[in-house]
Design a protein around this ligand. Structure first.
Ligand code: NAD
Ligand code: DAU
Length: 365
């Protein structure tokens, strides 16, 4: 892929931004075309710290994957050698309160970008090294009991409108390989954390609430388990998949770091208390509040990433504790970024999601 142009959809979101920083530094001949609609979770300010050399290989195009004419224009204006498709509505709780946007972006939007990619690939004479990497989630597999792991052949069994929409998009991506030969690959990754994550997700939400001495909302009994992966380890896996992954295949990506939500929140409380040393406040653990559970809340996720490890030689480099320290330190060092994303839309979401939980009437709000 030397000197190639990679189209990154959703490059202004959490994982997309980290991916762009990572790739521009790890692959000094690549150019990135970043196509993003700048929804509430996409932020151009994320690229303030790009070096001028990296910035010269980063082109931003403002556009929405739901519109076929806009996507066609993108491919008419630019030659693209590979695609990493991140753009999506990504938050499970939002999908419960407003599922339609998830169908529009994650299913219809993915179809539009996939279909335009097929025509682009055909027009260019079907280059063998072209890749369409679809960034999906372990949530498509549903929930595990206390035993076992998700493998690539685990049947899909999504629980939320978010995971159902991602599952549908995965099926379209695979169908385009089988039917038309478009060299697509699906990745199914576990929970990411790290810099630039929008503070609606558990880890950044808890960090910000501890900083502001607000309640720390824990859904249900706090014993749901997620498998946490530091975002840069995910980005590294995606580069490997883009360069060496086999078309038509799926690859599971995970951090080998299963933790109960309550353990994650305890760690964050203790880490921030040690960093901040605030006098007269008492331990942050006193802010923990158990609130109404997420409907359809998957109990446990755990990934078997053996295929990626044995076929492409990938493994996570950050332990959960080390990654969490890096993450906390990044948020402490970026108060301006935090202020820039805590817009009216952010406050509206916090009121909608957590006030209705207090009233125990989430399903009807
Ligand atoms: P995010 O919400 O932080 O970012 C999504 C980005 O997509 C934003 O920049 C947004 O502006 C853009 N976008 C949304 N709708 C769009 C549209 N219609 N057209 C163009 N751009 C649009 O999400 P994230 O956490 O960075 O997740 C990125 C991808 O990775 C998603 O597909 C998600 O399903 C997948 N994923 C996320 C995780 C995780 O833990 N965050 C884990 C596994 C897989
Ligand atoms: O597994 C991969 C998925 O991880 C991605 O596909 C999604 O895009 C990403 O958002 C994430 O989904 P989760 O629902 O697991 O992440 P979230 O941070 O929303 O929640 C993590 C756990 O914490 C989950 O069990 C719900 C719980 N939770 C979450 C919030 C926001 C709480 O207890 N309280 C909260 O306020």
């Amino acid at each position: 892929m030397k000197g190639k142009t990679i189209l990154v959809t959703g490059g202004c979101g959490f994982i997309g931004s980290n991916f762009i920083y990572h790739v521009l530094s790890a692959r000094p001949t690549w150019r990135i075309l970043n196509f993003d609609a700048l929804t509430y979770s996409g932020n151009l300010v994320n690229f303030k710290e790009l070096s001028s050399e990296s910035a010269s290989r980063h082109t931003f195009v403002h556009g929405d994957i739901r519109y076929g004419n806009v996507v066609d224009q993108l491919f008419a204006d630019h030659e693209v050698d590979g695609i990493i498709h991140f753009a999506a509505e990504s938050h499970v709780d939002r999908s419960i309160l407003g599922p339609e946007a998830f169908v529009d972006t994650n299913v219809v939007g993915t179809f539009r970008i996939l279909d335009a990619s097929l025509r682009h690939w055909q027009r260019r004479g079907k280059p063998k090294d072209f890749r369409f990497v679809h960034v999906s989630t372990d949530e498509v597999y549903g929930s595990l009991g206390s035993e076992g792991f998700f493998r690539e052949e685990t049947p899909y069994d999504p629980s939320s409108p978010y995971s159902a929409s991602k599952a549908a998009s995965d099926h379209f991506v695979k169908a385009y390989f089988r039917t038309y030969g478009l060299p697509t690959i699906v990745t199914n990754c576990s929970n990411n954390y790290g810099p630039y994550q929008f503070p609606e997700k558990l880890i950044p939400l808890i960090i910000l609430n501890i900083l502001e001495a607000k309640a720390l909302p824990i859904y249900g009994d706090g014993k749901n388990i997620r498998d946490w992966l530091y975002v840069i380890d995910h980005c590294n896996a995606l580069v490997k998949v883009l360069e060496d992954g086999k078309p038509g295949e799926s690859y599971n990506i995970g951090g080998e770091a299963e933790r109960e939500n309550i353990q994650v929140v305890h760690l964050l409380c203790d880490l921030l208390d040690a960093r901040l040393r605030r006098e007269g406040r008492g331990p942050s653990r006193r802010l923990i509040q158990f609130v109404m559970d997420r409907p359809g809340h998957d109990r446990r996720y755990a990934i078997d990433a053996g295929k990626l490890r044995s076929e492409l030689g990938w493994s996570p480099k950050h332990s959960f504790e080390a990654g969490l320290e890096l993450t906390v330190d990044w948020y402490l060092a970026h108060p301006n970024w935090i202020a820039s994303v805590q817009s009216g839309e952010y406050r509206r979401w916090i009121d909608l999601n957590y006030e209705s939980r207090d009233r125990n009437d989430l399903a009807t709000s």
